[in-house]
Design a protein. Sequence first.
Length: 196
Amino acid sequence: MWRRSRHGRQITGGSGNISGQRYGERLGSRGMERKTWTTIDKTSWGPGPWQDEPDKEQYADEATGLPCLVKRSNLGGNLCGYVGVSEGHPWFGKDYGEIDAEVHGGLTYSGFCQEGDDARTICHVPAPGEPDRVWWLGFDCGHAWDVAPGMDARYRDQGWPPIRDLDTTYKTVAYVKAECARLAGQAVGVLVTASN
């Protein structure tokens, strides 16, 4: 049975095995519209892949249909990744510390859509038929082994060298999308297990 949100969008589907059908399709989604935003002035960061990347991108994971976000941290300039699950999913409403998922650096975020500017918040712009009430699970690429170009620029401005391990690398949009796909696959795997 489908339930509808206050906006008339489908938010939860019935139970049953979802093998052979994308989770997003099961929830009535036709695939989130891909959108990108570039809002951060990165001129002081110096050359690097971040200069040609958006600061936020929303899209549907190709394999699962789950809503995904790649969003740049305003503080460090590193990227973060998020996957949304809808009501009825075993992870919906759970603190990230209660969820057993493997992703870059571990889960570091869980919550509903943030209020504010679509270009700067952890939230999506749902298309008709897409869930508008999702629980976002996220991870960040701002760990000791990750390059944070915005933070490096601040250190340079203060006359300090960047603080890094020897094998520190910048995690690109492509890397974060691959980790989002891995997290989305785990989310669907938990759902399939729970429905059997």
